[in-house]
Design a protein around this ligand. Structure first.
Ligand code: HSE
Length: 397
């Protein structure tokens, strides 16, 4: 019997409990006969109607001081007190499983190092892509490869909003309200729509793929709040859609280019068909080529599915560290994003702007705005030429 504590009984925490109960028999077989029993649920709220109210505690000490508990599930979100609790649990020799991308992106290096010292595991499959397997593939199945590129749609809320703008011609504000009404977007949707959530996720993936800590705060990030209905309509004329994309490229010297921004995606690209709250992540390895991961990037049971898989994995490796890690390095290995070539979809404020971009493809105009696509050029050259005469979205080629 392995005793588990769940910290945080919100959407994901209740999903973890539900799956552990619902699939108890098959999970026991998968752990080699060890039953996983939830001994505590930590939450400040009361849940009097729960099937087992005795499991609930408001006191973290109950968990940390109980030597029977060997797996702690942290699904509280945020840094405080999740960081302090996770660190204490690892130092006490307990395995910690999390869905908390904020914490992994900020303190993952330290928490993984403590897990290694203590011969336990800090596992975070659910922190990126919800239910989609992506951390395990990068830290296990694809280990034979040098990872050259990762790009994908990493945020379900923004994908839902942009899908509504493309399919229904909705403008950003209406699509956001609908996402909030359906419970996809938070009441304060800033982390999603400004790209911070996707930025943490791509930083985690780039860190795993490169083996070096990529600081999420250094990821150049643009959200989707400035995308207009006209942008969507003119991208459509180019047979393309607009999506929020996280990109990380690792060159043969280990230098990393990373960015989160809206991108114009030609319909020939597989990501163009990833709609609503779905996520998709494409990984390019030097031996395997392209691999695509697609599925539900958020939601109760999909996210809990990834958490419980990590719980089972921890149960199977109860005192064996799996060596999932990256290192903080001192030298600067980030590629200056202004030096990276790209094509640009431009919304210009006057008709003459296009003449300054040789080979640009004219997409037409509406209400005093001119739309065109440039040839490939570095961002520095592009921005110098455009100046303040318009807005732009990068093209994913
Ligand atoms: N807010 C996130 C999203 C939840 O919309 O994708 C899952 O990380």
């Amino acid at each position: 019997m392995i005793k588990v504590a769940i910290m945080g009984y919100g959407v994901v925490g209740s999903g973890v409990y539900e799956i552990l109960r619902k699939n108890e028999k098959s999970i026991t077989k998968k752990t080699g006969g060890k039953t996983l029993e939830v001994k505590y649920i930590l939450d400040l709220r009361d849940f009097p109607d729960h099937e087992n109210p005795a499991l609930f505690t408001k006191n973290f000490d109950d968990i940390i001081n109980d030597t029977e508990v060997s797996i702690v599930v942290e699904v509280m979100g945020g840094l405080k007190p999740a960081y302090e609790y996770s660190k204490a649990a690892l130092l006490a020799g307990k395995n910690v499983i999390t869905s908390n991308k904020e914490l992994v992106a900020e303190h993952g290096t330290e928490l993984m190092a403590i897990a290694k010292e203590q011969n336990v595991n800090y596992l975070f499959e659910a922190s990126v892509g919800g239910g989609i397997p992506i951390i395990s593939p990068l830290s296990q199945c694809l280990l034979a490869n040098e990872i050259e590129e990762i790009y994908g749609i990493l945020n379900g809320t923004t994908n839902y909003i942009l899908t509504k703008m493309v399919k229904e011609g909705a403008d950003f504000a209406d699509a956001l309200s609908e996402a909030q009404r359906l419970g996809y977007a938070e009441r304060n949707p800033e982390a999603d729509v400004e790209g911070h959530d996707a930025r943490r996720k791509i930083a985690i993936l780039a860190s795993l793929a490169s083996g070096k800590f990529v600081n999420w705060k250094e990821v150049p990030t643009e959200g989707i709040t400035k995308i207009t209905r006209q942008d969507v309509a003119f991208a459509e004329k180019y047979d393309a859609v607009i999506k929020l994309v996280g990109v990380a490229k690792i060159d043969p010297e280990g230098q990393v280019y990373i960015r989160v921004s809206p991108m114009v995606i030609p319909r020939t690209n597989q990501l163009a068909d990833v709609n609503d709250v779905f996520n998709a992540i494409l990984v390019k390895g030097d031996s395997i080529g392209d691999v695509m991961f697609y599925g539900r990037g958020a939601g109760k049971l999909p996210t809990a599915s990834a958490v419980v898989a990590d719980v089972i994995d921890a149960a199977k490796h109860i005192h064996i560290n799996k060596l999932i890690t990256w290192k903080k390095v001192d030298n600067n290995f980030m590629i200056d994003p202004e030096t990276v070539p790209c094509r640009y979809f431009v919304r210009a404020t006057n008709s003459a702007v296009i003449n300054d971009f040789s080979g640009a493809e004219d997409l037409g105009n509406e209400n005093g705005e001119w739309f065109f696509i440039t040839e490939e050029m570095t961002e520095k050259e592009f921005k110098n030429t455009l100046g303040d005469r318009g807005a732009f979205i990068r093209v994913l080629d």
